[in-house]
Design a protein around this ligand. Structure first.
Ligand code: FO1
Length: 315
């Protein structure tokens, strides 16, 4: 039953809340995007997607926002504002604890994987969370006002700039974190979570050896479309897909994963796209992909795993 999930931020984390109800934690490895990371934000190493997945699986995430810690306060941020700092990235006081701890671990020579594992275990997460790589490889957006870090594009500038391209600086010089390739090789199912295919899953697939590792793995590869009815449930996936000249639909997502994907899970609303996705050589499974309740999250996860088991039986 070993499952490997490729995950980005909020959409993936919400899906994972369902997945951990149907997969024993010791059988689940989550490979997380680190392209959003900021290596020196006010002197801190910040790993947004890793923290979103960790806090969500630890049961402490702010569910409304999808990031940060439930009930967190922002006294440190308010103090920084008084001292004239531009606090465009909202870091809560407990969230700052995580960034201070991770930064201290890294400064003591711990790898990003080790720091991530320590923090997730200390927060009570029982499945394995591995950053895609340990080298800092920031995702930068080429816009009409220049090259900007993804988080600055998304949060500081509210995703208003025209996207001309998306760059993963230096990603061809990175290597997968320890355990990533083994997990892919041993997996029975590889699930691509409903994350932004360009800046959340894209960086993971761009780390050398990961996409080839997925392609040659025996596992059944299943993706859940993050695009429903031509729109993302949350976030700028449409703007980034348009910026890359990719159709903003479940078909466009299937095209991005075409080289390795066996099954595409799409929403009932997109049922009419089935023939176009099947033409890409993959099976289509229809399910309610709006994760509006824990029951829906669990049902979606069950459908994904059942489809993978069905495919395994057929092959
Ligand atoms: N997203 C925002 O829209 N505004 C924020 O101020 C913000 C702060 C933040 C702090 C820590 C963290 O882990 C995530 C945070 N996010 C914030 C979410 C983040 O910008 C993106 O949603 C993910 O990186 C994309 O997957």
């Amino acid at each position: 039953m070993s499952v490997v999930a490729l995950a980005g931020g909020v959409g993936a984390a919400r899906f994972l809340e369902g997945l951990v109800q149907v997969v024993p934690p010791e059988e689940l490895t989550v490979i997380v995007n680190t392209g959003d990371d900021m290596a020196n934000f006010m002197g801190l190493y910040i790993s947004p997607d890793v923290d979103i997945v960790t806090y969500t699986l630890a049961g402490i995430v702010d569910h409304k926002k999808g990031w940060g810690i439930e009930g967190d306060t922002f006294h440190a941020l308010q103090a920084l504002q008084k001292l004239g700092f531009d606090t465009w990235f909202s870091l809560g006081d407990q969230d700052l604890g995580t960034h201070l701890a991770r930064t201290a671990m890294l400064q003591q020579g711990w790898s990003l994987s080790k720091a991530t594992q320590a923090i997730s275990e200390l927060l009570g997460v029982r499945c394995r969370i591995i950053p895609m790589t340990e080298q800092w490889v920031p995702t930068r957006i080429v816009t009409d006002v220049g090259l900007i870090h993804f988080e600055e594009y998304l949060v500081k500038r509210k995703a208003q700039d025209a996207v001309e391209d998306v760059l993963f600086d230096g990603i061809d010089r990175t290597v997968p974190s320890p355990g990533v390739l083994d997990a892919l090789e041993q997996a029975e199912t590889i699930v691509v979570c409903p994350s932004n295919p360009i800046v959340s899953i894209g960086p993971i697939l761009a780390v050398p050896h990961i996409k080839p590792g997925i392609m040659k793995a025996d596992a059944v590869k299943v993706a859940v479309s993050p695009i429903i009815g031509g729109k993302p449930v949350k976030g700028p996936a449409d703007k980034l897909m348009e910026g890359k000249g990719i159709e903003v639909s479940a078909v466009g997502v299937a095209q991005i994963y075409e080289e390795f994907l066996d099954i595409m899970v799409i929403d009932k609303e997109d049922q009419h796209l089935t023939p176009r996705i099947e033409e890409l050589g993959m099976r289509v499974v229809i399910e309610q992909t709006h994760m509006t309740s824990m029951a829906r999250k669990k049902k979606l996860a069950q459908t994904v795993l059942a489809a993978a088991r069905e495919q395994k039986r057929k092959s």
